[in-house]
Write a protein that binds this ligand. Structure first.
Ligand code: NAD
Ligand code: IPM
Ligand code: MN
Length: 364
């Protein structure tokens, strides 16, 4: 029997509510496919841990997590207790960098049974993947404040792009586009206004494109691209973007496909010399935390991405198929959560999906 060691980190807010639902569906899938999952749950990377220890992570976190095949993560951030930049730079952003998870893969699909806020869009019309650079770019801690408290107060924060860092994520995106039927890659840029880093990004895109003659390439400035996401989301297949642009696009995309609550993400170390991390795109949602109404689908879909990464494509497809089957029943036929126009709870929707995992015929 195949066994995998998974570190589970629920984090804060709705992270602690959607992770149990995610694990229920994951375990049901593992049982169905004869996979053994060894799950260890950790309380660090949370505001509660911060309150007890004054740090987000224990000193030996890297050594601890390094021993796992993957990390199954909820959400972190509770600004009422710890400032966001402290909690995020003290946890999630450390994981991404230390484990060189330089690809953040964020699929965006209009699912059956889910209503897009965009008029006239049907399931299948929107199906693209954002490939977000995940370890450098606009997310840098290089910079600072000078002349603080004076009228010359100045704040500087650098964007860092390295050749290795840009090229490797571009190669991943081109390779992914080359494997998909549409073979279409869109690059997000802003080389008209951001005059140093973005022309460099474009230059590396052009240099990489030469090795992928079968991939149709286009590029949009990020402002125009945001508008295109809303007007013509059907035109996209694989979209590659810098860290910040990818962050923004990967909330906008799911909004166009109904709700942020269904969006998954995989923080991948493609070389597999460190664990990859699977987390929904959304955060801890303090506005709905504690009510039991968070949509668990993003977290559950992450389980499918994790199974795929761990080498179990049939199990991954089965789990995602169960999600689709339940969503397709719509709010009258399934306990969908309020963001999907239903009255179901996190636990009810999680149970329904796990049940479908157990019942659904396998593809073979
Ligand atoms: P958010 O994603 O938590 O919430 C944005 C909106 O989407 C809210 O109205 C929320 O109720 C809704 N929403 C999010 N997930 C949902 C779900 N599963 N079901 C139904 N509705 C859902 O973003 P925010 O409010 O900007 O951030 C809250 C906290 O989370 C902050 O501390 C932020 O830094 C952190 N955050 C963490 C992550 C992460 O861990 N990867 C991602 C984003 C934000
Ligand atoms: C995400 C989140 C994080 C990011 C924040 C919480 C630092 O928004 O995973 O999309 O910007 O990467
Ligand atoms: Mn984000």
């Amino acid at each position: 029997m195949t066994a995998h060691r998974i570190a589970v980190i629920p984090g804060d807010g709705i992270g602690t509510e959607v992770v149990p639902a995610g694990l229920e569906a994951l375990q049901a899938t593992a049982d169905r496919f004869g996979l053994r999952l060894h799950l260890d749950t950790f309380g660090f990377a949370s505001a509660a841990y911060w309150q007890r220890h004054g740090t987000m992570l224990p000193a030996d976190w890297e050594q601890t997590l390094r021993g796992y095949d993957a990390i199954y993560f909820g959400a972190v951030g509770w600004p009422a207790v710890v400032p966001d930049h402290v909690s995020l730079w003290g946890s999630l952003l450390q994981f991404r960098r230390t484990f060189d998870q330089y690809v953040n893969l964020r699929p965006c699909r209009l699912m059956p049974g889910v209503r897009s806020p965009l008029a006239g869009r049907e399931p299948g019309d929107i199906d693209f993947v954002v490939v977000r650079e995940n370890t450098e770019g606009e997310y840098s801690s290089v910079g600072g404040r000078v002349f603080e408290g004076t009228d010359r107060e100045t704040v500087l924060q650098e964007t860092i792009m390295t050749r290795v860092g840009v090229d490797r994520v571009l190669r991943y995106a081109f390779d992914l586009a080359a494997r998909r039927p549409a073979r279409h890659l869109t690059s997000a840029t802003k080389s008209n206004g951001i005059s140093i880093s973005m022309p460099y990004w474009d230059e590396r895109v052009a240099a990489t494109a030469g090795r992928y003659p079968g991939v149709r390439l286009d590029k949009y400035h990020i402002d125009a691209l945001a508008a295109q996401f809303v007007l013509h989301p059907d035109r996209f297949d694989v979209v590659v973007a810098s860290n910040l642009f990818g962050d923004i696009l990967s909330d906008l995309g799911p909004a166009c496909t109904g709700t942020l609550g269904i969006a998954p993400s995989a923080n991948i170390n493609p070389e597999r010399d460190h664990p990859s991390l699977f987390e929904p795109v959304h955060g801890s949602a303090p506005d709905i935390a504690g009510k039991g109404i968070a949509n668990p689908v993003g977290q559950i879909w992450c389980g499918s991405m994790m199974l795929e990464h761990l080498g179990h494509p049939e199990a991954a497809a089965h789990l995602l198929g169960a999600v689709e089957d339940v969503l397709a029943l719509g709010p009258r036929g399934a306990p969908l959560t309020p963001d999907l126009h239903g009255t179901g709870t996190t636990a009810e929707l999680g149970h329904a999906i796990a049940e479908r995992v157990r019942e659904r015929p396998t593809a073979t």
